[in-house]
Design a protein around this ligand. Sequence first.
Ligand SMILES: Cc1cc2nc3c(=O)[nH]c(=O)nc-3n(C[C@H](O)[C@H](O)[C@H](O)COP(=O)(O)O)c2cc1C
Length: 311
Amino acid sequence: MATVAEILGTKYPLIQGSMARISRHELVIAVSNAGGLGVLTSAGFDKEGLREEIRKVKAGTDKPFAVNLMLMMNNIPDMVDVIIEEQVPIVMTGAGTPKPYMPALKEAGIKVIPVIPSVKLAKKMEDLGAVAVVAEGMESGGHVGETTTMALVPQVASAVNIPVIAAGGIGDGRGVAAAYALGAQGIQAGTIFLTADETPVPDAFKQAVLEANDTATTVTGRRSGAPVRSIKNPMIAKYLELEYSGASRDALEELSLGSLSKAVFDGDVENGSVMAGEIAGMVNSKRPVKDIIEGLFNEAEAVVKNLKITY
Ligand SMILES: Cc1cc2nc3c(=O)[nH]c(=O)nc-3n(C[C@H](O)[C@H](O)[C@H](O)COP(=O)(O)O)c2cc1C
């Protein structure tokens, strides 16, 4: 079986998870140039906006990169057209099935790697022709499932014959080594890139992540069926209060509408949604992307070398 790095065409078996509004060309270029796979978000872009972002990435790196499609969005056919026209090498999918688009993407030679929260979906994606799956645990920032990385990864790895890439809660070399021990052949990370020098978010957003500890995040939207993990703040407290007092969907939507943009573009970390994973407590410095990626794999090698199971 091809290794994950061979499938991705990268030096490291590492994917920078797509981050809505955040993983724009600046971050993608930095990750791909550092030997990982940068993943461009398509959220918030129209067809020509996405094309422009893809072209900026191509101008900044000659290394492979991917585009993320959140399949519940209503402009997906347009986005797929641009991805094919611009010959993007890899597509990462989430929040739905890529089935309708698989024939066209395959014919264009584009690899599809879905992000999945369960064994059932992993098997379905393998059947559809995915080249690998990302098994994402509920420690992750952003939209989450119900199963932890620790429990999900080995079950998915035992269930499919394509490579499994672990996501959720990976913050240093120990996390990388653990992912491999659980049966993964590569990793995807999001939260550790939030404070990277090249990540295009305001300082207030980075500061909120730097100040977060191990219990700083929580999940909203469990009741409405669209759970999201972010750092606790006054807006999140209000949301949870409304959610658990049985408020209407409209009231919840009114509170959360545009909340990610408030945090990502305006730096409003009180009323905006600062999405981040549980591992935010270990993100304590602003560093270049290259240092983050190299650190992960250098540390992982040392961890494995010194690992000893004692009785
Ligand atoms: C701020 C933020 C936004 C995210 N947005 C998306 C998204 O739009 N699409 C997606 O598939 N995953 C999204 N994710 C999940 C990441 O791609 C990745 O799987 C996750 O961050 C991995 O877990 P970690 O946060 O513990 O590293 C997001 C994560 C964060 C932190």
